[in-house]
Design a protein around this ligand. Structure first.
Ligand code: HEC
Length: 146
């Protein structure tokens, strides 16, 4: 029984790693974004009209970005937790992760696991602000002086 469980979970694990970041290789990413939609999402926006980023619903927009594009793989404090992944980072280093995920250069090694971050600059900014607040990240100026 135990051996069977180990074999199954090992197989599940490698299968999960293999198909990332796609559900259908070359066509659809794991978070439902189609390869053909990336360009349009980046120029016209990812969120629906009701959630277009403006000063008032920045926060809602950031959360909606996370729900739509990240939550399929990351939870906040459980599975592949953002809380842990963001621990010890500051705002600048979070921003650089998000930028690399958006630019999606194969040199950023996490592109093997994650789909590109899509959306307009304002939407990506909203996501960054939402994550910063939720994780209570400090800016570089807030770091301890050495
Ligand atoms: C298809 C699944 C998947 C999706 C969707 C996804 N991630 Fe990830 N992410 C991963 C995996 C797998 C890792 C590697 C985790 C590890 O090393 O434990 C990772 C790592 C990370 C890291 C750490 C990267 C580093 O450079 O250290 C951050 C930050 C992150 N993800 C944020 C996000 C954000 C923000 C989104 C949404 C825009 C997102 N992820 C969407 C699977 C995903």
């Amino acid at each position: 029984m135990i051996l069977a469980a180990v074999v199954v979970s090992a197989a599940e694990y490698s299968r999960e790693m293999l198909r990332k970041p796609f559900v259908i290789v070359g066509y659809m990413y794991s978070n439902g974004v189609r390869v053909s939609e990336v360009e349009r999402f980046n120029t016209e926006g990812y969120l629906t009209k009701s959630l277009w980023v403006d000063e008032e619903n920045d926060f809602a927009a950031g959360k909606a970005m996370f729900r739509g594009q990240c939550m399929i793989c990351h939870t906040w404090s459980g599975y592949r937790s953002m809380d842990k992944l963001l621990k010890g980072r500051n705002k600048e280093s979070l921003q650089s992760v998000l930028d690399m995920l958006h630019e999606y250069s194969p040199e950023y090694r996490f592109t093997q696991y994650m789909p590109p971050l899509v959306g307009t600059l304002a939407e990506r900014k909203a996501l960054a602000v939402w994550l910063e607040n939720k994780a209570q990240l400090k800016g570089a100026e807030g770091e301890e002086k050495k």
